[in-house]
Design a protein. Structure first.
Lengths: 352, 332, 366
């Protein structure tokens, strides 16, 4: 098993729902410890790793933002040994019935999401897909035991095991956005063997799926000169095949639109071409739906680039990604950063 | 405490026009605070305590604005058209009574009472008893709140603007009852929450706290057939918020708040609200981030002119807040 | 080409031929949210010769400062946004027709059968529509979805247009009697007004002029501009719709007109993003009353301006907005009155000359 695969499997085995990222943070911390000069945790839980550049102070700073939180569910009521749930982040309720989940109560319990029969639901529910507020989670225990072990506010995460598919594809849950954290890790690894002038701040940010909290707060304290946001983007599949989706496994998405500084887009495109790394323009005509929405407008503003790793079936337990695209993203970032000259900031301006 | 609640809920103060509420609060606080100031958006900030080695700078935020209406047009017959300030449910409007900031009173009427359809706010109008545009005492831009007297039912209390004046009362009581604290506490009586948590955003930036607590109302799930089931109920104690639709309370703080309540023998309930937002979000996302939580009071009929809370819940919320502020805060 | 310009403080600005010429240039330029280059260049050319400090920030805002004289100067920020609503090309189809997305709020019913200009080179194109002969009555009852519209630049457009390029309506600026008809009066009117105010900035204040980006996609530029400037007070200068047409049923009064043409600059008391600081509203109305400048109140209600993010910046900035009314905003052709523009400029200038530290000394009240 490649190291990348091992890292991904390790990360996807930990929970880390928006607002409750401690478990995944510890795994990332372990991976980043040997790769950084300093590791800190922001006041709301983002992991911030600094790899210092060479050269005299004051050095310019590049911030990499890869959100580590994931979507999931939360218990809203415990009654008759069954639980009601609400979402954390966006979940299409149609994929829930029959899903295996883990309920993180006083202990970890294995459960399944249940769609009650129609005669037990209000008439208004009809015979269409059942809304989340009517679904239940059954952990197979008797009501007295459940009442002791589970309470309102407990977290529920997908329990789907990750699957290795053909062509170096991997399917599993929370690949949004663990693949970007993995790409960032690969970048930090590559930088162990490259000299770089700028300081690199790798931030595994919190709460992207809910409030963009990490993306709003870490840059405020760090004040980078430029930022690279790494997130997943849509990959083409049978019913996601319009202009918003990129080909699967065929390259890194380079974000383009108001969230992105055009000079950074140009610089990344040039770098990808020079390294013969396949890429595709990832159009974001309005907002990008990534940490960049927040990072770009922190304090006096921060020029952003957005790198996208194409992913199918986003926000389901069977998200699918190509390991090749993860490696490409990590390498592109490392080479871009290594080539940032001390005065490179001047070229990222608006005088065209 | 109940007479303070009555004074606060019966004084009009929709978002952006909280100045009369500030005056009541200033008087209620008296000289119990070390310092009082008002910031650029009108939030009143009362400071108490000095930060010790075991202490932090703590922000406690209760919003003092309420939902209301603003005049958009006076027609030729003197009827007054309006728009909403904050979330107004058309169901609560028909036959409602309003009180303008200058004392003018009126009643809300409706164009054609068609019982089949839910009316829009633009179908309503306010009747202040004018007969023409010329003798109408209000003009475009004037502001009013709903008017209902405070009702003391003993175990329960009812009023409009329990959201969030009850929290302001809890904060004032906690401020006065706080005998010793290792912290520098900034009690923020914030403005413009109902229109987007604006006052708390700027107040938090100015205070720059280490930790924050919002105090607000939350829905209860204990009425017949609520549209979304919720485990919170009146009388089960102050609620420690786990999340609402805009905010995830810092789990380290939630654990610590639960422990504090259990230590002090204060009843509490855990709250997950699939709607709404509070000052907690604004505090949490300030500057480089601030671990934040929220103490909530379960409330029925929120954003109607008759919001109901439980008296014991309110008293226990004061006790809980005092307990939280009297000791060092453990962040996991 | 730079102009030599003498700062003329103490002389009130007026709308004359050169102001109209500048507005024409601004309106005809293409600057869709996120790609404000063309208008930014016009603004930079104008302000570089008059401002004491000029900076283009990380998002592309132009931040220009004109310092006043004397002690205790109030720092006044004025914001006008350079971006307009428009389109982004998202895909080239095999038939050489281009699929596009709207950037900013556009009613899709305004799109079919319009001419557009694409890219930095302003290449002409059309948004076609099916011939009526080939449609059915049933079909004509439904909106045409944006995803089915295409921009046609002719069969040999080749590689000259690519996904990511921006486009706008092709409407050219024209004077029609007392009116201006152009695209993007929202907010080129504000931009032109702000340039004039910078040229005539009075001595009693520091004028912090923010020509902002990305207002139409979430008030983004203004947020970082306000953080950088950290002013004492702020006024957004925008253009707001006038829905002052008659009700189709003549019996009914139009009670939701927002603003009216010919009624002068529109002062905001509340929109969906900002509850104005009444001290600033009072400054504006008293100025209007004393100087005999007509003004109106924009009806409280929906919408938002750059003030919506400015007032929430740092520990809060007293703010409001003043707009020039225009009909048919966010469509191919808007109409505004020259007089309304001139009166807006006069009102803002006169109000600026009346700003003193006492204005904001007390608490925010009624």
């Amino acid at each position: 098993m490649s190291e990348l695969l091992a890292l991904l499997k390790k990360m996807t085995s930990a929970s880390g729902l928006s607002g409750f990222e401690s478990p995944i943070r510890e795994i990332i911390r372990e991976a980043w410890e040997p790769l950084t000069d300093d590791l800190s945790v922001s006041k709301i839980g983002s992991l911030q790793g600094l790899k210092k550049g060479r050269g005299e102070e004051p050095r310019h700073r590049v911030l990499i933002s890869a959100h580590m939180d994931a979507i999931g569910m939360m218990v809203t009521e415990v009654k008759h040994g069954l639980m009601r749930i609400t979402e954390i982040g966006g979940i299409d309720h149609r994929i829930l019935p029959g899903q295996l989940v883990t309920v993180h109560g006083r202990e970890e319990l294995s459960g399944v999401v249940v769609q009650p029969p129609a005669h037990l639901l209000p008439e208004s529910a009809g015979d269409g897909p059942v809304e989340m507020k009517y679904l239940l989670v059954d952990v197979g225990l008797r009501p007295e035991e459940v009442a002791e072990k589970v309470r309102v506010g407990d977290l529920v995460s997908y329990a789907q095991q990750s699957l290795e598919l053909t062509g170096e594809a991997l399917a599993g849950h929370t690949l949004d956005n663990r693949v970007s954290v993995a790409a960032t890790t690969l970048c930090l690894e590559a930088l162990q063997n490259r000299l770089h002038d700028w300081d690199v701040w790798a931030v595994a940010s919190v709460q992207e799926e809910e409030t963009l909290g990490g993306a709003l707060t870490s840059p405020f304290d760090i004040r980078p000169d430029i930022a690279i946001v790494v997130d997943v983007c849509f990959a083409k599949s049978q019913d996601s095949n319009d202009w918003r989706s990129l080909p699967f496994g065929e390259g890194v998405g380079l974000g383009y639109g108001p969230n992105i500084h055009p000079a950074l887009y140009d610089a990344f495109e040039k770098k990808a071409k020079a390294l013969e790394i396949p890429y595709n323009k990832d159009l974001m005509p309005k907002m990008s739906g990534t940490d960049a929405m927040a990072v770009q407008i922190v304090a006096e503003g921060i020029p952003c680039a957005i790198l996208g790793i194409p992913l199918r079936y986003m926000h389901t337990p069977v998200e699918t990604v190509s390991l090749k695209d993860i490696r490409r993203t990590g390498r592109l970032m490392a080479e871009f950063i290594a080539d940032l000259a001390p005065d490179a900031l001047d070229q990222f301006n608006w005088e065209e | 405490m109940k007479s303070l609640i009555q004074k606060l809920v019966e004084t009009p103060g929709p978002s952006g026009f909280e100045y009369k509420i500030r005056d009541v609060i200033r008087e209620a606080i008296g000289d119990a605070a070390d310092d009082i100031r008002v910031d650029a958006l009108g939030s009143l900030i009362a400071k108490k305590g000095t930060k010790t080695d075991h202490g932090l700078r703590v922000m406690v935020s209760a919003h003092i604005d309420e939902i209301g209406l603003m005049v958009t047009h006076i027609d030729d017959s003197g009827f007054v058209r309006f728009t909403n300030i904050g979330g107004i449910n058309p169901l609560t409007c028909y036959g409602g009574r309003v009180l303008f900031m200058d004392g003018t009173r009126g009643v809300i009427g409706l164009d054609g009472l068609d019982r089949g359809k839910m009316p829009k706010l633009s179908d309503f109008f306010i009747d202040v008893g004018a007969t023409s545009k010329k003798d109408c005492p209000v003009k475009i831009g004037d502001v009013c709140g709903f008017e209902r007297p405070f009702l003391d039912l003993g175990k329960r209390m009812v009023a409009k603007s329990m959201d969030d004046r009850i929290a302001a009362v809890i904060a004032i009581e906690a401020l006065k009852q706080l005998e010793s604290t290792p912290h520098e506490v900034h009690f923020v009586f914030s403005t413009q929450e109902e229109v987007g948590i604006r006052g708390a955003t700027t107040a938090a930036y100015g205070v720059d706290p280490d930790v924050g607590f919002a105090v607000d109302v939350t829905r209860s799930g204990d009425t017949p057939r609520p549209s979304t089931k919720m485990a919170t109920a009146l009388g089960d104690g102050p609620a420690i918020k786990v999340r609402d639709s805009s905010f995830i309370a810092d789990p380290r703080l939630v654990d610590w708040m639960v422990k504090a309540a259990e230590d002090a023998g204060i009843p509490y309930q855990l709250e997950v609200l699939e709607a709404g937002g509070t000052d907690g979000r604004a505090i949490q996302l300030t500057r480089g981030g601030v671990p934040s939580g929220c103490v909530s009071v379960a409330c029925r009929y929120i954003h109607s002119p008759s919001e109901m809370v439980d008296t014991d819940d309110v008293e226990n919320a004061v006790k809980l807040l005092v307990k939280l502020l009297s000791e060092p805060i453990k962040l996991g | 080409m730079t102009k030599k310009f003498e700062v003329s403080t103490g002389i009130a600005p007026e709308i004359g031929a050169s102001q109209i010429e500048l507005l024409e240039k601004c309106c005809n330029a293409t600057a869709v949210s996120g790609d404000e280059h063309e208008v930014r260049q016009i603004v930079l050319d104008e302000v570089k010769v008059i401002a004491d400090e000029v900076k283009v920030d990380a998002l592309g805002n132009v931040l220009a400062t004109k310092f006043g004289r004397g002690d205790d100067r109030v720092r006044v920020m004025l914001a006008a946004h350079m971006d307009e609503i428009g389109f982004m090309i998202v895909k080239k189809h095999d038939d050489n027709l281009f699929e596009f997305e709207c950037v900013g709020g556009i009613d899709e019913r305004q799109l079919p059968g319009k001419s557009v200009l694409v890219g930095r080179d302003h290449l002409p194109g059309v948004i076609g529509a099916k011939p009526i002969h080939l449609t059915t009555a049933k079909e004509r009852k439904n909106k045409i979805e944006v995803s089915s519209l295409r921009i046609d630049l002719g069969p040999e457009i080749g590689e000259k247009v690519k996904p990511g390029d921006r486009a706008t309506f092709a409407t050219r600026f024209e004077l029609l009697g007392p009116s201006i008809r152009a695209k993007a009066l929202d907010d080129r009117l504000g931009v032109a007004t702000l340039i004039e105010l910078l040229k005539h900035a009075p001595d009693n204040i520091d004028l912090l002029a923010a020509f902002t980006v990305q207002e139409e996609v979430g008030l983004r530029g203004a947020r970082v501009a306000a953080y950088a400037f950290d002013p004492d007070m702020a006024i957004a200068v925008d253009s707001t719709p006038a829905y002052d047409l008659p009700h189709w049923d003549e019996e009914d009064e139009n009670v939701q007109y927002n603003t009216c043409l010919d009624a002068g600059p529109a002062i905001y008391v509340m929109d969906r993003a900002t509850i104005a600081d009444r001290r600033l509203v009072k400054l504006l109305t008293e100025t209007g009353d004393q100087e005999g400048i007509p003004y109106q109140f924009r009806q409280p209600g929906g919408g938002g301006t750059d003030a919506g993010v400015i007032h929430k910046t740092r520990s809060g900035i007293p703010s409001t907005s003043v707009s020039i009314p225009s009909r048919y905003a966010h469509t191919a052709a808007s109409i505004a009155r020259l007089d309304d523009w001139a009166n807006t400029l006069r009102l803002l200038y006169a109000a600026l000359t009346r700003v003193t530290p006492e204005l904001l000394a007390g608490e925010r009240r009624d």
